[in-house]
Design a protein. Structure first.
Length: 207
């Protein structure tokens, strides 16, 4: 198996979004389909525009995994106000969601950010989005992608890297890498995609 690690390109987006859907099962957990499609955009595109470090692992010409990260020492990503506006507009047009459901979804993201901020705020070096295709897990792709991001942060003299994850999801992987649990926090957003899991924050002390 030949693995090529390279910088993310815009042409990789659809495959990255597909990997996100595979990991969080938006198509199965969100109805109608328009809402599932919107959730995939929020997680994937939203993470892309809020990252300044993006790498993919390519196997046989396909994206087998990727990491989007924020290196706090590098020039900050500007984010995209228009993207947020587009998402809000699409959410209002999704049918047959009831108005109360729309309100609940928006409130879920608000509560998520408030509770997360109580533990640690935005702006620190962070793994923003990190996914490896199921059939390639356990083959070292994730470790190699992480090692590249860690090296980038160490070169910039970053002291701490954080990651938001789910205790029933990738938490054990991060623990094997050397991340330590900060704490759990209540997240209606996580509850939508992983009803049995718990949202949590981890940190890694760079050496």
């Amino acid at each position: 198996m030949e693995v090529i690690l390279r910088d993310y390109e815009s042409k990789d987006y659809s495959q990255c979004e597909s990997l996100v859907n595979e990991a969080w099962e938006f198509d199965a957990n969100f109805k109608p389909q328009a809402l599932a499609d919107l959730a995939k955009q929020i997680y994937t595109k939203g993470s892309e525009i809020n990252s300044n470090y993006m790498r993919v692992a390519e196997v046989d010409g396909d994206v087998a995994g990727f990491i989007f990260g924020l290196n706090e020492v590098r020039p900050k990503p500007r984010g995209n106000f228009l993207f947020g506006l587009k998402i809000m507009t699409k959410l209002l047009l999704v049918k047959p969601i009831l108005p109360t459901s729309r309100k609940e979804i928006l409130n879920a993201f608000k509560i998520h950010e408030i509770n997360r901020a109580k533990l640690i705020g935005r702006g620190k070096s962070e793994i923003v989005l990190f996914v490896v295709r199921k059939e390639f897990k356990g083959k070292g792709l994730g470790t190699r992608l992480w090692a590249d991001f860690l090296a980038s942060c160490q070169e910039s003299s970053v002291k701490l890297i954080i990651v938001e994850t789910n205790k029933d999801g990738a938490a054990s992987f991060y623990e094997r890498l050397g991340f330590e649990l900060i704490d759990y926090f209540e997240s209606p957003v996580h509850a939508l995609a992983a009803p049995e899991g718990e949202a949590c924050m981890y940190e890694y002390q760079c050496k």
